[in-house]
Design a protein around this ligand. Structure first.
Ligand code: BES
Ligand code: ZN
Ligand code: ZN
Length: 507
C-alpha cells in the first residue's frame, strides 16, 4: 500500500475517490444538522451547495460510519466524492477518525477505486493533526484486512482494490507526518499479523507452527528467538504447561522473543506474556459442540504479544521487551491430565485440578514464574481466559486486572490512544477464599461466582512482587459478524495498546 501526504488543493487532487468527513450536531443551540470537514466545505462550494442540500434534506446525517457517494462530473479533479460520517460533534475524538477511515476504505474496496484521498480534518475540533493522520492510516489498513486464503476466488477481472491513499492535510511538518504514517502502518500491520495467526485453522496453527511463525517474524524484524521443547520445560519444572499438553498429540512449545532496545538499561524490562492454547477442546472436561470452532482463537493472547513485539521491533523504542508464550493444545487424548490431578508449577506451588477446561491459568502460571525468575517487570499477560469476562463486559471492553494503580492507568491511557477499551476489575483478597484447596496450595477454579476474578487471583500467585497486569480478552478477541469497519473473525485486540504502552514507557 502506497500511503502519502498531500497539501494539494481539494479541487485539484486527481483521484478515484476523495473522502470528506462530516459530524452531526445536536441541539446545544445549533439545532440538528451536519457540519462538513474543511475539504467538505470546499467541495460544497465547488458543487454549488450540493452537500449542504443533501444534509438539509436529511439524506445524510453525519452519523458514525454513514456513507454517501456523489459524482462531481468534472467540477473537481476527483472522479467521485465520498461523504463519511464522524458521528456526534460533541464526542469527536481520534477514534472517530480511525473508524471513519476504516469504513470508507472498506466501502471503496470493490468499487473500482484504486487511488483514494482522505480529507477528514475538522477545523476548530481541537484534534492533533499528526495523531489524526496516524489514526486514519491505522483505520485504512485495519479496515482493509481480510482472511480469504482458503477460499477459491472466481474473480477473473483485474480488480485490484485500493492501492494508493493520499492524506490531505496541512498544518504539520512533512517529517512529523511521515513519522506518524510509519507508526500507524507498523501498528496496523502488527495487528493484522496477529489476526492472521488467530484466524488460521488449528490443524495448521499448531504450537509448532506458532513457534515457526514467531521465529520467522523474529528473523525478519531482528529479534532474538528461543523455542523451548518438552525436555527443557521438564528441566525447568513447567508442570502446568506440560500437564495441559499431555492430552495432545502435538508437542508443546515455550516461545521466547527478546527485543533489546536498551542493552545497558538497569532492570530486565517489560515482559509480555500471551496464552497460547492453539485449540481448547476443554480436555477431559470437554466443551459443548456449539461454538467450539472459535476455540482455535484461544491463542489470541499469544498473537497479541507476538504482534506487539513486531510493532516494537519496527519502531525501536529505547527499552527492553521479552515476550513469553506457553503454547499447547488442550485435548482429551488417552494420556490427558484429569480432574483430580495435582500439578506443580515452575515456582514450586501446586494446583488441584478440578476442571481441565480451566487450562489457560496453568500454562500462564509457568510463564509468569519464568518472567519473575528472569527479573522482568512490569509483567503484562494477555489471555482469552474466562467465559466470565464475556458475561461481565461483553465484546466492547477488555477486563483489566492489575496490582499497581499507575500501571493500570497507563494501560487504560495507552488503550485510549489506540482506540481500545479496558475496564478495571478487582483483585480483592476476599476472592482468594474461593480458590483454597484442602490438598494442594491452590484450587484451579473458584466456581461460577466472579469466575474471571478468581482466575486472575490464581495468576496472582505466580507474580511475586512484580508489577503485573492481566488482560482478559475472551470477549474482545473475536467478532462473530462483519461490521462496516471490520471483517468477521479475529480483531487483533491489545496489539496496538501494548505497543503504544511500550513506546510511552520508553519515553
Ligand atoms: N478458553 C476458555 C475461555 C473462553 C471462553 C475464551 C469464551 C473465549 C471465549 C477457557 O479456557 C475456559 O474454558 N474457561 C472456563 C473455565 C472454567 C471451566 C472454570 C470458563 O471460563 O468457563
Ligand atoms: Zn478452557
Ligand atoms: Zn482456554
Amino acid at each position: 500500500m502506497d500511503i502519502q501526504v498531500t497539501d494539494q488543493s481539494v479541487k485539484d487532487i486527481a483521484c478515484d475517490a476523495l473522502v470528506v468527513g462530516a459530524v452531526s450536531t445536536k441541539d446545544q443551540g445549533q439545532g440538528k444538522g451536519v457540519v462538513l470537514s474543511e475539504a467538505g466545505k470546499t467541495v460544497d462550494g465547488l458543487l454549488d451547495g450540493l452537500l449542504s442540500q443533501i444534509s438539509a434534506d436529511g439524506a445524510f446525517k453525519g452519523g458514525a460510519g454513514e456513507i454517501l457517494a456523489i459524482y462531481p462530473m468534472g467540477k473537481l479533479a476527483a472522479k467521485r466524492v465520498v461523504l463519511v460520517g464522524l458521528g456526534s460533534q460533541q464526542k469527536l475524538d481520534i477514534q472517530a477518525f480511525r473508524h471513519a477511515s476504516a469504513v470508507a476504505r472498506r466501502h471503496l474496496q470493490n468499487t473500482g477505486a484504486h487511488d483514494i484521498a482522505l480529507a477528514l480534518h475538522m477545523d476548530k475540533a481541537g484534534i492533533d493533526v499528526a495523531q489524526e493522520v496516524q489514526a486514519e492510516v491505522e483505520g485504512a489498513l485495519l479496515g482493509l484486512y481480510t482472511f480469504r486464503k482458503y477460499q477459491h476466488s472466481d474473480d477473473s477481472s483485474s480488480e485490484r482494490g485500493v492501492s494508493r491513499i493520499s492524506l490531505v492535510t496541512s498544518g504539520a511538518s512533512r517529517d512529523a507526518l511521515n513519522e506518524v504514517i510509519r507508526r500507524g502502518s507498523a501498528l496496523a500491520e502488527a495487528a493484522n499479523f496477529a489476526r492472521d495467526l488467530v484466524n488460521e485453522p488449528p490443524i495448521v496453527l499448531t504450537p509448532t507452527e506458532l513457534a515457526n511463525r514467531a521465529s520467522a517474524m523474529a528473523k525478519q524484524f531482528g529479534l532474538e528467538c528461543e523455542i523451548l521443547d518438552r525436555p527443557q520445560m521438564e528441566q525447568l519444572g513447567m508442570g502446568g504447561l506440560l500437564g495441559v499438553a499431555k492430552g495432545s498429540a502435538e508437542p508443546p512449545k515455550f516461545i521466547i522473543l527478546r527485543y533489546r532496545g536498551a542493552p545497558d538499561k538497569a532492570g530486565k524490562g517489560l515482559a509480555l506474556i500471551g496464552k497460547g492454547i492453539t485449540f481448547d477442546s476443554g480436555g477431559i472436561s470437554i466443551k459443548p459442540a456449539q461454538n467450539m470452532d472459535t476455540m482455535k482463537g484461544d491463542m489470541a493472547g499469544a498473537a497479541a504479544v507476538i504482534g506487539a513485539i513486531q510493532a516494537i521491533a519496527a519502531l525501536k523504542p529505547a527499552m527492553n521487551v521479552t515476550v513469553l508464550v506457553p503454547a499447547t493444545e488442550n485435548m482429551p487424548g488417552g494420556s490427558a491430565y484429569h480432574p483430580g490431578d495435582i500439578l506443580r508449577i515452575m515456582n514450586g506451588k501446586t494446583i488441584e485440578i478440578v476442571n481441565t477446561d480451566a487450562e489457560g491459568r496453568l500454562a500462564l502460571a509457568d510463564a509468569l514464574s519464568y518472567a519473575v525468575k528472569e527479573g522482568l517487570s512490569p509483567i503484562i499477560d494477555v489471555a482469552t481466559l474466562t467465559g466470565g469476562i464475556v458475561v461481565a463486559l461483553g465484546s466492547k471492553m477488555t477486563g483489566l486486572f492489575c496490582n499497581d494503580e499507575q500501571l493500570c492507568q497507563d494501560i487504560i491511557a495507552a488503550g485510549r490512544a489506540a482506540g481500545e477499551k479496558f475496564w478495571p476489575m478487582p483483585l480483592d483478597e476476599d476472592y482468594a477464599e474461593q480458590i483454597k484447596s484442602e490438598i494442594a496450595d491452590i484450587k484451579q477454579t473458584g466456581g461460577r461466582e466472579a469466575s474471571s476474578v478468581t482466575a486472575a487471583k490464581i495468576l496472582e500467585n505466580f507474580v511475586d512482587d512484580a508489577k503485573w497486569a492481566h488482560l482478559d480478552i475472551a470477549g474482545t478477541f473475536y467478532v462473530d459478524s462483519k461490521k462496516p469497519h471490520q471483517e468477521k473473525g479475529a480483531t487483533g485486540v491489545a496489539v496496538r495498546t501494548l505497543a503504544e504502552f511500550a513506546l510511552r514507557m520508553a519515553e
